[in-house]
Design a protein around this ligand. Structure first.
Ligand SMILES: [Zn+2]
Length: 133
């Protein structure tokens, strides 16, 4: 009875799943904006929804409010090139993220910011599951 209730609860509350998903995305970068390295306060669509971008992990990156607002409805890769804080390693990280290669993306971000500390628990778990499959 309780288990059934729990399943129902999740179906009735997609917001709960959404919150978990958002949390895990921020964890990947240690809660840092993928573009500038400031604390990430939002999730940004690399390819904006207005251009057909989906709300998938590959297309959603942690971003600070400033970058997210400034970028607005533009494709992130084009927008990022024009920024003062442009860093080719971060640009590569965004591209890798978009390709679904989070492992490479995280490595590039670590390279761009040596102080980058990340709680990789989620990420390592994903990897071991991948190996097991
Ligand atoms: Zn930023």
């Amino acid at each position: 009875m309780h288990i059934k209730d729990a399943v129902f609860l999740e179906d009735l509350c997609p917001k709960f799943r959404l919150r978990q998903w958002r949390k895990s995305i921020h964890k990947f970068t240690g809660k840092c904006c993928i573009y500038c390295g400031k604390p990430s306060e939002s999730i940004d669509h690399v390819i904006p929804r207005s251009q057909g971008g989906l709300s998938t992990t590959e297309n959603c990156v942690p971003a600070c409010l400033s970058c997210n607002g400034n970028k607005s409805d533009e494709n992130a890769l084009y927008w990022y090139r024009r920024q003062k804080f442009y860093d080719p390693r971060r640009a590569m990280a965004v591209r890798a993220w978009l390709d679904g290669d989070l492992r490479l993306a995280i490595r590039l971000l670590q390279w761009a910011n040596p102080n980058f500390k990340v709680n990789n628990k989620n990420y390592e778990k994903d990897e071991s599951e991948y190996k097991a499959a």
